[in-house]
Design a protein around this ligand. Structure first.
Ligand code: FES
Length: 104
């Protein structure tokens, strides 16, 4: 069974925004897309851009370095130059807390 750990308060990531967090020693990106939270790795697969410094638009994470894009829900590449998807993590919200599972 997935082991969920506390990542952030719901209020720390308002709708339409995303932010980097360190959870159990792993840097992740937490995005709030239309009121639903999604978690991904925080490093771009193209050249390690910090995705938390990019933009969240139309359900896509845009890397601040060269404009690569990833689907916030699946991590799939939606715009080059990245070729490989980013990892995604299961998310659960309990009350005011966003929990993430880094297991899978
Ligand atoms: S490092 Fe992200 S697009 Fe190049």
């Amino acid at each position: 069974m997935a082991n969920f750990v506390s990542a952030a308060k719901v209020t720390e990531v308002p709708p339409g925004q995303m932010k980097s967090f360190v959870v159990a020693g792993t840097r992740i990106l937490l995005a709030n897309w239309e009121g639903t939270f999604f978690a991904t790795q925080d490093l771009c697969t193209h050249d390690n851009g910090t995705l938390g410094e990019g933009e969240l638009r139309d359900g896509e994470i845009e890397c601040p370095r060269h404009g690569g894009r990833f689907d916030v829900r699946t991590g799939a590449v939606t715009a080059l130059p990245p070729l490989l998807p980013i990892k995604t993590f299961p998310v659960r919200v309990e009350g005011e807390t966003v929990l993430v599972s880094l297991d899978g």
